[in-house]
Design a protein around this ligand. Structure first.
Ligand SMILES: *[C@@H]1O[C@H](CO)[C@@H](O)[C@H](O)[C@H]1NC(C)=O
Ligand SMILES: *[C@@H]1O[C@H](CO)[C@@H](O)[C@H](O)[C@H]1NC(C)=O
Length: 330
């Protein structure tokens, strides 16, 4: 009986805080994200279904944020999506992921005995392009491949470049366009095809499409690329210092979509040996005693912390230290 009252009081506190009801929250969310689920003649059924997902996510987020955690959750454009819809924003072709034997064979990264600073942050570097948005196309691998190449090219000639992800999505036949691919295969494709096209001349459509690459649009060529020793955070730091941002893959679980701030350390992404998303590491640091990577996603600047997420470093969190790769522009 007592428990019932506590629960009832809690439920009321959640649904109406200072007169702010679930309905108000739903209206505000739709307004913020410019959503309208009303269709004539369905008696608000579609709106009701989305509202149900939204309220469940909101409750989960509020619960997480009321507990003591290293990171906070936040509402995002994903808060109304089904699991299947969210999956469309990933894009790893698992048949391309290297074997455990191969990983063991990667040579120790030659760090040239560099001294590693306590922090490195390329987010505001003049050679860092704006955060992109892959949309509902499984092309994370193309976006993860491009940022390090763009950065490297800019460092070489001092001019900010914007390279075509669409070229990879439509033309790299080893990968599967919007159905997934692999960033290291993308570098191999770029080396063999003559180079990477200018984004303006080959813009992103978020569809697999047909290859329309012309060598006259090449902006950048790949000089060298390769894997960095797996599960060696020091080697990854040395590579970041030497080459700039590096491409990595990781296991995205539900809480990742709702990342807000702090150092992400969800245990849910550790156990399962599954890689489903590619992102870019652009630096490292430490917050309240926890080491982190600064990770750039391709879900637009509205997601996470201006498009970025801090992920715990040195513990292979979400498998992020399994497949690091570097690239150097020619
Ligand atoms: C890409 O092409 C556009 C249109 O021709 C051009 O204005 C721009 O300077 C090119 N980008 C770079 C980095 O050269
Ligand atoms: C990790 O990488 C660093 C830097 O390249 C290297 O000195 C070290 O030996 C590597 N650690 C292992 C366990 O191989």
């Amino acid at each position: 009986m007592k428990l019932f009252f506590v629960l009832a009081a809690l439920a009321m506190a959640v649904s109406v805080v200072n007169g702010y009801s679930d309905d108000d929250a739903w209206k505000d969310y739709k307004k913020k994200h410019k959503l309208d689920y009303n269709i004539a003649g369905d008696d608000g059924r579609r709106d009701g279904l989305r509202k149900k997902i939204f309220l469940a996510q909101r409750e989960r987020i509020n619960k997480h944020n009321s507990e003591s955690n290293n990171y906070l959750q936040a509402l995002s454009e994903f808060s109304v999506m089904t699991a299947w819809e969210k999956k469309q924003f990933l894009g790893i072709d698992s048949s391309r992921v290297p074997s455990a034997e191969f990983l063991k064979s990667i040579p120790v990264f030659n760090s040239q005995n560099r001294k590693l600073p306590p922090n490195l942050d390329y987010r505001d570097d003049t050679c860092m392009p704006e955060v992109k948005n892959q949309g509902g196309c499984g092309s994370c691998w193309a976006f993860a491949a491009m940022t390090p190449l763009e950065f490297s090219q800019c460092k070489a000639n001092g001019k900010l470049v914007d390279l075509s992800e669409q070229q990879l999505v439509s033309c790299d036949s080893v990968s599967s366009g919007c159905n997934g691919g692999w960033y290291v295969s993308a570098y191999n494709y770029l080396q063999n095809s003559g180079g990477s096209a200018n984004e303006t001349l080959y813009p992103y459509t978020a569809q697999t499409g047909v290859c329309q690459f012309q060598t006259s649009t090449v902006e950048t060529k790949v000089s060298t690329y390769g894997y960095i020793q797996s599960q060696n955070a020091t080697a990854m730091q040395a590579a970041l210092q030497q080459y700039g941002p590096i491409a990595v893959a990781l296991n995205v679980v539900d809480s990742f979509y709702g990342y807000g701030s702090g150092v992400y350390d969800d245990k849910a992404c550790d156990g399962v040996y599954m890689i489903n998303h590619a992102v870019v590491i652009v630096g490292w640091g430490k917050l309240k005693g926890v080491d982190y990577w600064i990770v750039r996603n391709s879900w637009g600047p509205g997601w996470g912390a201006n498009g970025y997420i801090l992920i715990e470093r040195g513990v292979n969190k979400c498998l992020i230290e399994l497949y690091p790769a570097y690239v150097k522009a020619a």
